[in-house]
Design a protein around this ligand. Structure first.
Ligand code: FES
Ligand code: FES
Length: 162
């Protein structure tokens, strides 16, 4: 049994202190310790993308990231994407407008990946979107609608630094 450690994270703009086993993943810290269950556990081994969150603005697979590795960092999850007034992020709105999901299990990860993909400048064409979103699997096969949603959101966000 490892000795517990205390870490500090800024999660969705709120400072959180967690006392955890050092082996706890960021995914389990979010879901089990902070009840932020919007981030999904699919494979738990880096193969499906369902657990994608942002750490310091970069997309990461939270099942492959120890919470301790994010110490002092800024974490954004699907719960933190809408603004303070509850207005959805353009990627969220575009997923809804394009019916870019069926069961919805992969959707939080798809959306977090899509936000990063657009910011990275990798949403210039359908092929590019497919390539840079390829780490996010959808068992329902909603890919054509996901690509449309990402394309529309990228157009809406062009020139917008948010
Ligand atoms: S749950 Fe992390 S990649 Fe599948
Ligand atoms: S919408 Fe069901 S897995 Fe993607």
């Amino acid at each position: 049994m490892s000795e517990k450690i205390t870490i500090q994270l800024m999660i969705n703009n709120e400072t959180q202190h967690l006392t955890i086993d050092p082996r706890v993943t960021l995914l389990d810290a979010l879901r089990e310790h902070l009840q932020l269950t919007g981030t999904k556990k699919g494979c738990d081994q880096g193969q499906c993308g369902a657990c994608t969150v942002h750490v310091n603005g970069q997309r990461v697979l939270s099942c492959l990231t120890l919470a301790a590795q994010a110490q002092g960092g800024k974490v954004t999850t699907i719960e933190g994407l809408a603004d303070k007034q509850g207005k959805l992020h353009p990627v969220q709105s575009c997923f809804m407008a394009n019916d870019a999901f069926q069961c919805g299990y992969c959707t939080p990860g798809q959306i977090m990946s899509a936000v990063a993909c657009i910011k990275e400048g990798h949403a210039g064409s359908d092929a590019e979107i497919r390539e840079y979103m390829s780490g996010n699997l959808c068992r329902c096969g909603a890919y054509p609608h996901i690509v449309e949603a990402v394309k529309q959101a990228a157009a809406e966000m062009s020139g917008d630094a948010s």
